[in-house]
Write a protein of this length. Structure first.
Length: 122
C-alpha cells in the first residue's frame, strides 16, 4: 500500500477558518444536505484550505437541529428561542428603579463677544 502524502499546507488563521466553515455550511444548506463535520471538512479540503478540525466540529454542533434558512432569513419562530429575561415587580424593586429628579446645572452667564467677520456680510 502507498503511504498517504502528508498535508503540508499551513493551517488557516481563525478568521479564514470561520469563513471557510461558514461558506461550506451554506453550500451544504443550498444542496439540502445535513451539516456535519465530515462534509464541512471535505468541502474545505476541496477549496484547498486547511483548518483545525475543531472548527468543523464547532460548526456542526452550532448548526445541529437548526433551520439554516431561518437563521439566514430571520423567521418569527427564531424570536421564541432567544433567551428572555425576567423582571421583578416587587415593591422594593420598584422603589430602587425610580428615577431621581434631574437637577439643572446653571452655567455662569458669559458675556457675548462681538466677533468681527471682516466685512463678510456688508
Amino acid at each position: 500500500m502507498a503511504k498517504a502524502a502528508k498535508d503540508t499546507r499551513p493551517i488557516a488563521d481563525q478568521a479564514t477558518s470561520e469563513a471557510a466553515c461558514t461558506y461550506a455550511a451554506l453550500i451544504l444548506y443550498e444542496d439540502n444536505q445535513d451539516i456535519d463535520a465530515t462534509k464541512l471538512a471535505k468541502i474545505i479540503k476541496a477549496s484547498n484550505l486547511r483548518v483545525e478540525p475543531i472548527w468543523t466540529k464547532v460548526f456542526e454542533k452550532a448548526l445541529k437541529g437548526k433551520k439554516v434558512g431561518d437563521l439566514l432569513h430571520g423567521s418569527s419562530g427564531s424570536a421564541s428561542s432567544a433567551p428572555q429575561t425576567q423582571t421583578t415587580s416587587t415593591p422594593a424593586a420598584a422603589e430602587t428603579k425610580k428615577a431621581e429628579p434631574v437637577k439643572e446645572v446653571k452655567k455662569a452667564e458669559e458675556p457675548e463677544e462681538d466677533v468681527d467677520m471682516g466685512g463678510l456680510f456688508d
